[in-house]
Design a binder for this molecule. Sequence first.
Ligand SMILES: Cc1ncc(COP(=O)(O)O)c(C=O)c1O
Length: 385
Amino acid sequence: MPLETIAWPSWPQYGHEEKEAVARVINSNQLFAAKEVATFENEYARYLGARFACGLGNATQGLHLALAAVGVGAGDEVVVPAYSWISSASCTLMQNAVPVFCDLEGESLGLDPVALEAAITEQTKAIVVTHMFGYPAKIHEIVEVATRHRIALVEDASHVHGASVEGQCLGTFGDISVFSMHQRKSLSVGDGGVLCTDDAEIFESVRRLRSFGHHELSYNYRMTEFAAALGRAGLRRLDAENEIRISNAKLLRDLLSDDEVLRVRDVRVGERGVYYAALLDVMVDFPDIDQRLLTLQQSGLPIRKTWSLLHKHPHFNPVSPPARGLPWENPTYQRSHKHVPYAEQVMPAAEYYCPDRILELYVHPPAGEKEIEAAVRNLKSVFRG
Ligand SMILES: Cc1ncc(COP(=O)(O)O)c(C=O)c1O
């Protein structure tokens, strides 16, 4: 049976509030970071429940500055997730430090606290945890490990604007958090990022590093007034839009509750997930899964296989060494673990799930009941064994 064509609404959908925000910036004749950025920072910090927020050009810059601000440098190790976006691990290379990849746990696909404990050495200076696709990682356990070892914890919160655990927003558990505001994200400004912390010293350091601090090597990682003004408009709608994502994910889960092939992932009790994408487990192996997904995409469904693993990525397995060198071959690095080439390291859980057994389905507004019901009909039809 041919699939139905679904007119899935695109994300983001900018409206009159964004037009008004852009016009306000143009009329002010001030385009680089000033009043809009400062106001956005205050509003975002208040929203999150953090003391400080710092607007940046994007989250990759934020992750770099987070590591720089806690003093990560040559000879240090940073524990990073084997499953995340490249920036969560490549920020380590930007500080000339050594990434130590950590396996995930199967419930949330975040860092596995047990594997994390095993990955820590005397050289570990920081940990990066990503909350994947709006699902909270086991943040209490991860904070406990980081605190006990006195290691800085950075939350890559790019996917979790507005998610929480027991009422506390993600992004306020670690020492620093970083949120992406890239066009596809739930708070969407084209390109943008925001770094949050409760620590005044870290905040001051990040502010200096963001904009040509005079006494140390620093960067131009500023947010523009346009991005800040758009961020302010998006922030006002964020909670309502998250509610739509949550109800779309719930409907999808309910409609597939007795399906033998697909299972829609839920969050744990006490957690508020925000479903940047709804994640589906594929419980049967399909050698032709790519073809099946293509058929679904052609029907209009924003669905895809999840990401490949980072320890296999060419950044960490270069064919020839880059001009800046490789931190794990630097004489300042006194390794405590026997070094196994990254691509040969075994991450059993991550390798089980990624990329073939997890699908991302984008349930953003204004998609609603009609689209989710049509999605389920097409999914059932394509994955019927
Ligand atoms: C988990 C995660 N971290 C970091 C980033 C980088 O964000 P940006 O594009 O704002 O640099 C992304 C972007 O997709 C991401 O998904």
